[in-house]
Design a protein. Sequence first.
Length: 367
Amino acid sequence: MTVQNRLYLDHAATTPVLPEARTAVAQALDRWANPSSPHADGRASRAALEQARRDIADALGWRHDIILTSGATEAIAIAAARARVAGRSFSATEHDAVGAAMGSEATILPVDEAGAVDLPQLRAALSRGPTLVAVQQVNNETGVVQPVADVGRVCRERGIHLHCDAVQAAGKIDIDVNLLAADTLSLSAHKIHAPKGIGALYVRRGLTLEPLIAGGAQERRRRAGTENVPLAAAFGAAATLAADANVRPIIASLRNRFESALRQSLDVVIHGADTERVVNTSSVMFRGADAEGIAIALDLEGIAISTGSACSSGRVEPSGVLLAMGLTPEEAKSTVRVSLSRFTTGEEIERVVEVLLRVVPRCLRSS
Ligand code: PLP
């Protein structure tokens, strides 16, 4: 998507807000009464809120409960707080939100070269006693799809609670909660073209959840605080559009065009290319090049992408996800993420390829 001649190819970080989501916010702002108030105005707000919840559930083909939260980070924290067991295990490529919620004592489950969680290691971790397991459906840096259904089967056999972070899956692949056998699952609206500040926690019916913040009885006593109807409505509108799978092959063909053009002219490795990936994300290693330098050069040319690295305390660390997949720190620091959306065009792909072909040779470490 181009904003004032800028080209935005960082949709795994966040997405522009759809016109339908903006309209939903504007309409719901007119229903400003408190959804918990019993008067007619409150009941109108409540109806809008419950409609949004139904829209989200319908778009995903879900029954069971959905708790609306401030985002996926909060949804994950509620799911982690719920576990009444001492043990916690999560895959080595989880988002920081999962790592932080599971705590420093948790067991980290290794992944293979493709980024998929190692099932024998999972079984070994489960044999050490009850644990809460968290495995993402799709990785945010590589787009690799995890074998969550297999993980779910292993957990289900042992009565283990599985949390699935499905933030990067929404709108890109189907999230079949029955197939995944997840007990809780987290989603974030801003990854599917709704505003930031709202997310959802799917809860298998019958599960008891401890609220993180005590207070009012909202969200069936599982998340206190007056509900945000405008953002819920926007989330509902965006979820409905995200369910349209027709755009996925179009995005995949643009992504494939991008990757083949790079392979033809540069020394690149596409991480996870031989495994199942979502359609919109390319994790590209430019052998011998400095990813930060590439990202900065592209930014100066008006193109937004991201590196596979996380910035902490002003220092650029190699990506933990890529290190967990067996890359060296240097290889990780040669990797960028380019992520497309339903708004990406063929001309935009041509533009980013043309700029990369010019810029990458200048960013080689030896030069
Ligand atoms: N999980 C994954 C895989 C993500 O990519 C993100 C966002 O970057 C999050 C969780 C956190 O989501 P939120 O920004 O809604 O808290």
